[in-house]
Design a protein around this ligand. Structure first.
Ligand code: ADP
Ligand code: MG
Length: 559
């Protein structure tokens, strides 16, 4: 690294902002550590300068126990970046991507396997004029960043107890998730968990009186031993078909949403620290208007009025039911082991068709086969479990392995009673026996192009849209994305799939995603995506990457 950043900044005072470019590179900081200017900021309206601060292990001083495993390094980084963001909150020129309730692998902070810490942030350097303000730049870079390191990225400056709690919580959550399969479970909700959120737009735990902590029903209670917390009890949801029933407003969707985010680890105090689901859990919902490219949906949709071939189905404007059918088949194609469906966001005609409607509309006039007739085969023949919220139709009682009733925010196992009721025939007959599986597709990389005038354009617009080249991918129905940085991560991962040649037109999507997974492992994902672009992002799962690809308007696949 070069020396004398303070003198250089003083020297540039009054020069045009473009001159910042000359400072790109690594610089020694006064109290140790290095500052790396990755991208300069050309003018006050451009995105802030991109800066990385590297703190060597001996200066950071964290005991080896805190960074001995990849999951602990992720947790420690998650703790540190939140401290740094808090410490920097009064300086609006610093942009630190701390994240919310989920603790994800993020580019904003990483801990190396030597105990070193890297903080990546944006720094808005130019003042109001287009000239370098040397004093301001010195204050932000030369004095401010070392102070940030000193207060937020060193063991000695931090609350050791809180830090350990954070790391232990994340490690326990990851261990719990990893233990699910062995226990024959697809999800677990610990006793005492607090599931409701403050509001639809605020993911923090709900407050106030009337909150009902989770308590597992006797029949589904299991005990697990976690590395830090020891024995924990809660509701284990076994593999198979699980139905969540209950009156409106009794907490069904809240439980399902907690399972949706159970793929991520949560910060201490979140209430969902010990609510986990398989990493291969995908929420499925209706999404009319979405694009579908050559998906075999014939298990759910057959002989459409126009005569379209539903074993090879494409549309630029899917209906509610066909969109949900396509999303389900795509999730299975990508490797999902657990599907989550909520009646609130599902297409009714894809979910149910009762005896009377069967009597009125002959099967050859109805293109749709409802999920109720396919869901058992999904598990039996394909190993894909389902958790389904369904308060409005009893037809699912026949196909459910177990039925959980939410009553006043408390779950009860009502499987026995449900069996008795289901034993009385309704006159309904099954419309299908099997889910036939999915036809693998081979995406053509030539139609996945982030370049705009020769430069890649990959940008999140909140959690709703991914700008990818000329396309704006609608991700509003992809509900398991944690935040905007996650969306950026999805875009960078798509670009990585193409650049690395993982998508070559011959490989199936699932095979390409396997290769992506190998690159996005816990300790390498950030570095792999940084190689595409140094930016604020969180490392995504294969399912969200697949979801974005599937919604790309330009996507073309071979089969
Ligand atoms: P349903 O899907 O059964 O109609 P919801 O899950 O949407 O019900 O919950 C209805 C309301 O109850 C929401 O405002 C939610 O925040 C609140 N709620 C859910 N679970 C709890 C709980 N355990 N304690 C207190 N309030 C809760
Ligand atoms: Mg609901």
């Amino acid at each position: 690294p070069r020396r004398g950043l303070d003198r250089e900044l003083a020297r540039l005072d009054g020069a045009p902002c473009g001159r910042y470019k000359g400072l790109v590179g690594a610089w020694e900081l006064p109290d140790g550590g290095t500052l790396e200017l990755i991208r300069a900021q050309a003018d006050p309206f451009a995105p802030p300068a991109r800066v990385a601060v590297h703190v060597p292990g001996d200066l950071a001083g964290f005991p080896g126990e805190l960074w001995k495993s990849p999951v602990r390094r992720r947790a420690l980084a998650g703790y540190l970046v939140r401290q740094a963001a808090r410490e920097a909150a009064s300086e609006s020129a610093y942009h630190i991507d701390a994240g919310g309730q989920e603790v994800l692998d993020r580019s904003s902070c990483t801990v190396g396997d030597d105990g070193s810490v890297t903080l990546r942030l944006g720094v808005a350097l130019p003042g109001p004029s287009r000239r370098v303000d040397g004093r301001r730049a010195q204050r932000l870079l030369w004095r401010g960043l070392p102070r940030l390191v000193d207060r937020a990225l060193r063991y000695a400056a931090l609350d050791a107890e809180k830090m350990w709690e954070f790391v232990a919580t994340v490690e326990d959550s990851a261990a719990l998730r990893a233990a699910l399969s062995e226990m024959g479970l697809v999800a677990f909700v610990a006793d005492g968990a607090l599931l409701p959120r403050r509001s639809g737009a605020d993911d923090r735990p709900a407050r106030g009186s009337g909150l009902v902590p989770f308590r597992s029903p006797d029949e589904l209670r299991v005990t697990v031993t976690l590395p830090n917390a020891g024995e924990v009890t809660g509701m284990g949801i076994p593999t198979g078909v699980t139905l969540i029933v209950g009156g409106g407003f009794h907490g069904k969707s809240t439980l399902l949403r907690a399972l949706e985010t159970g793929i991520w680890d949560h910060v201490p105090g979140d209430g969902r620290e010990r609510v986990v689901a398989l990493s291969d859990t995908v929420k499925i919902r209706a999404e009319d208007g979405r694009r579908v490219e050559r998906v075999d949906v014939h298990a759910f949709v057959d002989h459409l009025p126009g005569g379209a071939d539903t074993t090879d189905f494409s549309t630029s404007n899917a209906s509610g039911s066909t969109s949900q059918a396509a999303s389900l088949c795509e999730a299975v194609e990508a490797g999902a082991r657990l599907l989550l469906v909520d009646e609130d966001t599902a297409a009714t005609n894809l979910m149910i068709r009762d005896a009377r409607m069967q009597a009125l509309v002959a099967k050859d006039r109805e293109p749709l086969t409802p999920l109720v007739d396919v869901v058992r085969s999904l598990h039996r023949d394909h190993g894909v479990s389902t958790v389904l919220v369904m308060g409005g139709s009893g037809d699912y009682l026949e196909v459910a392995d177990r039925v959980v009733m939410m009553d006043g925010y408390r779950p009860y196992d009502v499987t026995e009673r449900a069996r008795e009721i289901a034993a009385v025939p309704t006159g309904r007959h099954a419309e299908a026996e099997h889910f036939p599986g999915v036809v693998p597709r081979r995406p053509d990389p030539a139609h996945i192009d982030a370049a705009v005038r020769g430069r890649p354009r990959i940008r999140a617009r909140g959690t709703d849209y991914l700008v990818y080249g000329q396309d704006e991918v609608d991700l509003r129905a992809v509900e398991q994305l944690a935040d905007a940085s996650h969306v950026t991560g999805v875009g960078l991962a798509m670009e990585l799939l193409v650049r690395r040649g993982h998508l070559d037109g011959r490989r199936t999507l699932a095979e390409a995603l396997d290769l992506l997974d190998q690159e996005l492992t816990e300790h390498e994902g950030v570095a792999a995506l940084l190689s595409v672009r140094d930016d604020d992002f969180a490392v995504p799962r294969r399912y969200e990457v697949a979801a974005a690809l599937n919604r790309l308007r330009t996507l073309k696949v071979n089969r």
